[in-house]
Design a protein around this ligand. Structure first.
Ligand code: SF4
Length: 355
């Protein structure tokens, strides 16, 4: 498919491009009226329209299944609102805050945990007054060591505005780390240009970039080049992925994704269990399936390729690791306690407690 000139935002455009059947149009219109839709030309060029289970299409092309919600799903699945002392800030853990600068993204993911908060109908960026208040909050809380720029996608800001935000934050003496969460390097790699990379480099704080990608095919040559521009500029990168049914819920897909990250000098960081966002049930796996996948990749991949499998506890209580356990206690017939430790092949060994 030749590359399109514009981002697709309407179900009719998806039908015209062969990404959805025309019979689905009425239901897709209902989905699009509730949740934002956007596929950049770069993302569209990755989709194989002849494959109804294409792992890129499943992430971005809306489905009528999004109209079905289950009772546990909620509009704010990770409880941002419960931990927001001022607009734009989420202060969940003592030493770090989320700073939600924008409410728009380059693409809209069908499983988004903030799908009720992001999209073109929402305020695109914080007003000057709200921004100043949020910055004031960070300034007044000396325990804040790390600020995580998120949204929406902070790379929707212009490089000029990004540079202003970065220098405002770096000027706060206790802010040592600025972490930028983004999907742009894989959704619209050309946006990571020299000006944007220069905006990330500030004196007074260290910048990290966390890339969100869920399938190895998202790491195209252009996306790899965008990441290389960041890493070559001295900006360390980590990854974030969501475990998604049909996209990466098999060992080969997960293995290829983690290897691709490491090849791009991106350390695999988090594999998120799917959040309870409304209308996303069809994309979630069970926790047991996630644990089995983690066991499998532990046995097959270098330690460099291992992410932490985590669950954001609904209600705003933060993330907890939910990967499989490898250590347990064993008692022999004389009631002596020992450890049981499982190796990467699944074999069990005993290990003595410290005497
Ligand atoms: S890029 Fe992030 S915030 Fe934006 S739609 Fe995707 S998951 Fe949601």
């Amino acid at each position: 498919m030749s590359k399109l000139a514009t981002t697709l935002r309407q179900p009719q455009q998806l039908v015209d491009e062969g990404l959805a059947p025309s019979a689905a149009l009425p239901e897709l219109e209902k989905v699009a009226a509730r949740y934002a839709v956007a596929l950049t030309p770069h993302v569209v060029s990755l989709i194989d329209p002849s494959n109804p289970n294409d792992p890129i299409a499943l992430q971005y092309v809306p489905s009528a299944k999004e109209l079905e919600s289950e009772s546990h799903e909620r509009a704010d699945p990770i409880g941002d609102a419960a931990r927001s002392p001022v607009e734009g800030i989420v202060h969940r853990y003592p030493d770090r805050v989320l700073f939600k600068l924008v409410h728009v993204c380059a693409v809209y993911c069908r499983f988004c945990f903030r799908r009720e908060m992001v999209g073109p109908g929402k305020d695109s960026a914080l007003s000057a007054e709200v921004y100043a208040k949020a910055l004031g909050y960070i300034r007044e809380h000396s325990e804040i060591w790390e600020v995580i720029l998120t949204g929406g996608d902070p790379l929707m800001l212009s490089p000029r505005r990004m540079a202003e935000v970065m220098s405002d934050l770096a000027a706060i003496p206790h802010v040592k780390i600025i972490r930028i969460h983004t999907r742009v390097p894989v959704a619209d790699p050309a946006r990571v240009n020299e000006e944007m990379v220069a905006a990330f480099r500030v004196s007074g704080a260290t910048t990290w970039v966390a890339l969100h990608a869920n399938h190895a095919r998202e790491l195209t040559d252009d996306a790899r080049a965008a990441c290389a521009r960041l890493v070559d500029a001295g900006i360390p990168m980590v990854s974030q992925s969501v475990l998604l049914r049909g996209v990466n819920d098999n060992p080969a897909a997960l293995e290829a994704l983690m290897r691709a990250f490491v090849e791009c000098r991106i350390k695999p960081y988090y594999l998120h269990h799917g959040d309870l966002a409304p209308g996303t049930q069809h994309l979630r796996t069970t926790i047991e399936e996630g644990q089995q996948l983690m066991r499998t990749i532990r046995g097959r991949l270098s330690g460099l390729c291992q992410p932490d499998y985590v669950l954001d506890i609904p209600g705003g209580f933060g993330k907890s690791p939910i990967g499989p356990g490898y250590l347990s206690h064993d008692r022999d017939e004389r009631a002596e306690s020992r450890y049981r430790i499982v190796d990467y092949c699944g074999d069990v060994h005993l290990y003595p407690p410290k005497s």
